[in-house]
Design a protein around this ligand. Sequence first.
Ligand code: NAD
Length: 308
Amino acid sequence: MKKVSVVGAGNVGATVANEIVRLGVAEVTMVDVIEGFAEGKALDMSQAAPVLGYSVYASGGNGFEALDSSDVVVVTAGIRRKPGMDRSELVSANAKVVRDVAGNIKRLAPRSVVILVTNPLDAMCYVAMAETGFPRERVMGMAGVLDSARMSAFVAMELGLSPGDVRSMVLGGHGDSMVPLPRFTTVNGVPVTELLGADRIEAICRRTRDGGAEIVNLLKTLSAFYAPGAAAAQMVEAVVSGRSRLLPASVWAQGEYGIRDTFVGLPVVIGEGGLKRIVELRLTADELSALKKSAEAVKAIIATLRPS
Ligand code: NAD
């Protein structure tokens, strides 16, 4: 059985781990710096197994040695933005955490596929790739699956239809500049543009862009974790099961869509070994320009992290 490690057993990390255990696709271990945290959550998850009828256990601890020989490592470790902390302080604080985690991944799981979740997402992917030295096929970020799921949920709510029938595509960086694509959003194959007026679609795109903030405003001291956890688990499942899936993910662009040397959310095929290929859609001039603008916004953050 494949081995998946989740670094950071907080809200998102524990949700990813629980989802993978529930899917039964891999053995799961969690690592957290807080004494007993990962171990306690793993024990709790394992005790749900007899009730829910799944057969995979989770384990957890404080030491990075648990990452040994992982096939996939999901990185959710980091700090949340505290009151008074500006965005650049968050970037450098989480870059420090991700650098440390990535060094351990390189040492202990040199053949793993790394899936970043820690924010600011696209910039943290860059830190992980630079520190591990892994090829771009094996370092990706989860954001597009979540942002697309949010868009699908809003479309389903608006139409009063099952969310499971809606498929959306959101590209770009994981932030204010993300690019929801209504032309690639369907309800069982029917383009949403056939079902809703332009003003309703625009409102859904806006709510999607603000989806994270909407939840933070409600939860106050926490941020979203059920949907982010499920989204990261979907990417993990594609890698460990080898069932290739076309999903949006943050990847290192090398000329695709005219974008180079930055992580940005693009439609990709994920499967065994990680990134299998980047899918180049024929975007309209407006869509392409929004995507390039979003990539520039990510590049500006990454520039602050490059050695000068
Ligand atoms: P959380 O505070 O609940 O969990 C973070 C955990 O990381 C904590 O348990 C902490 O002890 C641990 N940690 C910190 N430094 C560590 C280290 N060096 N090694 C191991 N563990 C360490 O936060 P959360 O709600 O789970 O969010 C985690 C991250 O995911 C945040 O950066 C958040 O912004 C991000 N996030 C991203 C997305 C996305 O779409 N990419 C969605 C939701 C959350």
